[in-house]
Each structure stands twice: as C-alpha cells, then as structure tokens.
Design a protein around this ligand. Sequence first.
Ligand code: NAD
Length: 422
Amino acid sequence: MALSYVSNHPDSPWNVYLMQVDRVVPYLGKLSRWAETLKRPKRTLIVDIPIEMDDGTIGHFEGFRSQHSLTRGPGKGGVRYHPDVTLEEVMALAAWMTIKNAAVALPYGGAKGGIRVDPKKLSQKELEKMTRRYTSEIGIIIGPQQDIPAPDVNTNAQIMAWMMDTYSMNVGATATGVVTGKPIHLGGSLGRVKATGRGVFVTGREAARRLGLKLDGAKVAVQGLGNVGGSAAELFGQAGGKVVAAQDHTGSIFNANGFDLSELMPHVKATGGVGGFKGAEPMDDEAFWDVSCDILIPAALEGQITADRAKRIKAKLVLEGANGPTNPAADDILADRGVLVVPDVICNAGGVTVSYFEWVQDFSSFFWSEDEINVRLDKIMVDALKKIWDTADRHKITLRTATFAVACERILMAREERGLYP
Ligand code: NAD
C-alpha cells in the first residue's frame, strides 16, 4: 500500500523514484520478494528549527533528515538548503543515495537532509545559528557510524564545519567523521570540492569514447555552474570541449565559439551567477534546451528535462550531474531518440566516493595526496560504469535501469543475508 504521507503527483521526486524501482523488479529474480523494502524509507525525522533573527524576531524553519536504508552501512548523503525543499523531495534524494552508494559499491546505506529556507536571505550569523540548531535536532540519528551528512545545494565546507563542531560539542569529543566535505584542516579531503564534477567528467569521457564522440572540440551545454556543473565544465574545457551554453538561476547565456572559462568562472563566483557575463550573448531560458550541442549536463535541480524539452534536446549525450533532472516520460523520449543518458545514480557518484575517502582518512587520521584521490576516484567510477554497461547490454536496458539493477541486487542481497529483526 502507498505511504499515507506522500502525494500522488506522478512527477513528484518520490513517485519518480518508485517508478524507477518498478522498472527494475523484473531483473531481480528471487530477490524481488524484498523489493518493497526499497519503497519506504527506514526512518525520517521532521524537525522545527527556531532561531533568534538579527532583528530580534523568532524565525522558524522546517528541517528534515531521511534515512532511506541502513542495510549496507551507515546512512550517507548531503544536506540541502532551498526554499522548495519538501519531505518527499528529501525522501527521494535519500533513496537515490541508497542506489548510488550501492552502484559504486561504497559500504553505505542512503540518507539526505534539508531545510526549507532561502539561505541567501539570512545573515552569516543567522545561517550559523540555523545550521547548529538543525544539527542538534538531527543529532539523535546522525554520527560517524550512523549517518554522515555532506554538502548539497547551497551548503558548503563552512556549513559542514559548523555541523561537525555542534555534533562534537554535544558528544564531548571532536568527531571529524560525522560529516564530509569539511575544510581541509578540519579533516577534509583533498579533491572533495571538485569530486562530483570530476566524476561527471570521468563517466562522460567513458560514454563519449563508447559513442565515438571526440571530447576535443565537443560542444557542451551546462545547466547550473555551481559546485558540480562548474567543476565538470572546467574539466571538459581542459579536455578540449567548448562550453557553448550555460543556464543558472540568474539567466541563460550562449557563445557559439565557447566561453572563456577562465573569465566566466570568476564572474560566477563574484556575482553569484552567469547573468551579465560580457563574453556571451544572453539567451531566453527556454531556448537553452534547443541549443545545438554534443553533450548536455543538467547540474542544477530535479525535474528539469520534461517530455517537451526531451523532444527538443540536440545533444547525443546527457550527463546527469544533478539528482533526478529527467522525468520518466522524458527519459523514454530520450531513449527512443537515441540520446544516451548517463543517469545521476552513477554520473554524480564522484562526490560521495571522495566523501567515503574522507571518512576513511578521518578514521585512520592518515591523509592521501590529491593525485592518489583522483586516481582512485577515476578507477572506481570507470569500474562501476563498466559493470553497469555490461548489465545494460546483457538485458538490453537503459543505463538507468541497469544502474538500478546492479545497485538493487547488492542492497537486497545484503537485506536477505542480514534477515529481518526480530
Ligand atoms: P550549487 O548550489 O553549488 O549549484 C547549484 C546551481 O544550480 C547553481 O548554479 C544555481 O544557480 C543553479 N540553479 C538553482 N536554481 C536554478 C533554476 N531554477 N534554474 C537553473 N539553475 C538553477 O549545488 P551543487 O552542489 O552544484 O548541486 C547541483 C546538483 O548536483 C543538485 O541536484 C545536487 O543534488 C547534485 N549533486 C551535488 C553533489 C555535490 O557534491 N555537491 C553531489 C551529487 C549530486
């Protein structure tokens, strides 16, 4: 029976996730008797976050932490600050983390957190207070062995440092392993900031090789030039690609010859977005989806590639830097049109992979060089993608369904081996 607390909107992130699970059930054999386990989060905490605002009023914020699965290890997944965050969105993002962590064979379950807030409207002091109170509220379910948060949309190393400090104060010991994505001198890992974008690049490089698409001269369009999209754009640029179109919350820009990323990225950092960049033409937001390009990287929010946009996309390869950017109907249209989609659950797994490296380094208090990290990341991503590709070829299914098949088999095998308690 459907969960009583979720909507029945077919395109809600949670219902999209359920549909993706349904598609994989036929490939699970005897393990399919456990499939229902994947369709409900293990536990979800909803918290009120009251703080005194700078003007003396009391602000209340709605916060969530959802642990979708702890079957293969502690929960792991980011914390998002965004005005549109909902319980269902956080549940879906947590579930996708379970799939992602299993797809790259990390010893984690899946979790995600979020606060319904526009952090740009808070002062630095208010942001710190909100983060600390949220951490205290979810402190009863997080911990280095229980559930390890990390950055996501609008959260960063500073926010992770406040989370680590708050948790540490509450337990009476410095617990660096409670969050990842921390500043380097507080137990953070080299290479973590750019890891998700690097993973997008590595999976894109492998997919392009299989398609016979040369990266040198390839035209790339990116939605979201934040942590993920910005790093991926830079790496494609270094490989000879031309980033010809970009869109973010400040607008859309185009340059047929490719942007000068050494000018665009500082502009984005200084002004908060691509809007007003002198080295490009402004473009209508909807026209972004019609741009002639070889590779499209949605790296902003979910639900961006709708059925209508999927019919117009010109790219041969879509690399899902964001979580859940493609609706199921759009997914089918892209597959029918022969557009290859490297799905979020493998494409953007580079971030959590280096988060795993960070967690391991924190436990051993022995830190690796950036080269070691990048080489290990590359190998994990390439090996994971190869297994997924082989599964897709064997069953003649999309890479998304194949990623779910590989991941769900690992999760449900662990479920069966552990058995049910009591
Ligand atoms: P970020 O906050 O650094 O960047 C988000 C980007 O999205 C910004 O460029 C912003 O302008 C853009 N954006 C916001 N609203 C938009 C809108 N309405 N239209 C167009 N663009 C919009 O966030 P991030 O960490 O780069 O995360 C981006 C995506 O990648 C999210 O889906 C996130 O869940 C996913 N992701 C992030 C990581 C990570 O390590 N940071 C890991 C895996 C997946």
